[in-house]
Design a binder for this molecule. Sequence first.
Ligand SMILES: NC(=O)c1ccc[n+]([C@@H]2O[C@H](COP(=O)([O-])OP(=O)(O)OC[C@H]3O[C@@H](n4cnc5c(N)ncnc54)[C@H](O)[C@@H]3O)[C@@H](O)[C@H]2O)c1
Length: 260
Amino acid sequence: MKQNRRFDGKTAFVTGAGGGIGRETALAFAREGASVALVDLLEDGTAETLRLIEKDGGRGLAIPADISDAEAVARSFARAILAFGKIDHAVNNAGISQPQAATADIPLDVWARVMRVNVTGLWLCMREELRHMADRGSGSIVNLASLAGLRTLPMSTAYVASKHAVVGVTKNAAVEYAERGIRINAVAPGGVMTPMMDREFIGMDDAQRAAAVAQISALHPMKRRGAATEIADAILFLSSDQASFITGACLSVDGGWAAN
Ligand SMILES: NC(=O)c1ccc[n+]([C@@H]2O[C@H](COP(=O)([O-])OP(=O)(O)OC[C@H]3O[C@@H](n4cnc5c(N)ncnc54)[C@H](O)[C@@H]3O)[C@@H](O)[C@H]2O)c1
């Protein structure tokens, strides 16, 4: 079967592309013809994603950078433009979770770091993306929210606050830029098998890990966790022309969790 190539001649800027959902998203864009700028704190992670893209005959650019640093974001975006000439699609995926703690027990530095990466960092990226796309009169942006951006997640108030903010930023910006040819949407994954989730299991033995996986799976009506490729599929749909009348939406990709 001929492979579907919805992004031939297009370019994408993907943050957190050094692993997890970001890597699968970058690989999916590249498979469908896009040149992809790979931004991540992890130099090894971006290099590996680039290797996988090039092995498949695709085109990418590894840009190690911290998205919570305004100058680093501006430099990264400028490098991507220099290499590709334009950015058609952006995926603001880089984000961090928090160690579990009751609301009153979250250390100030943990609260501040989660907000700085998940909210301020995402906005810093959007600022560059929106300026560029507004000048061109076209573009699409997909932000990574979470089930935690729509519902509660006990012992994770900083993360919940940051992901609710992502949904708010997405909706507000979508309305502001709708007439300027830019579509802005979010995806809200449930539990997804990525390095972020693996870190939750550190220190557990096999039995404890199996119990934790079963507990997380049980939260989803489909009784399983998601694969990063399933989130990437939704991101590519929202980025594509198939979603040409969709903006300001937050698409749950969560095996039915948010509906429950
Ligand atoms: N895995 C899940 O269950 C899940 C569920 C809902 C939402 N999400 C969201 O999806 C996104 C991706 O999650 P994931 O599970 O793939 O996480 P992950 O930790 O596996 O990957 C995230 C990537 O972002 C990078 N990153 C983190 N902080 C950064 C920074 N300041 N600058 C640049 N890069 C940075 C990391 O190095 C990492 O490579 C996150 O925003 C996360 O909150 C994940």
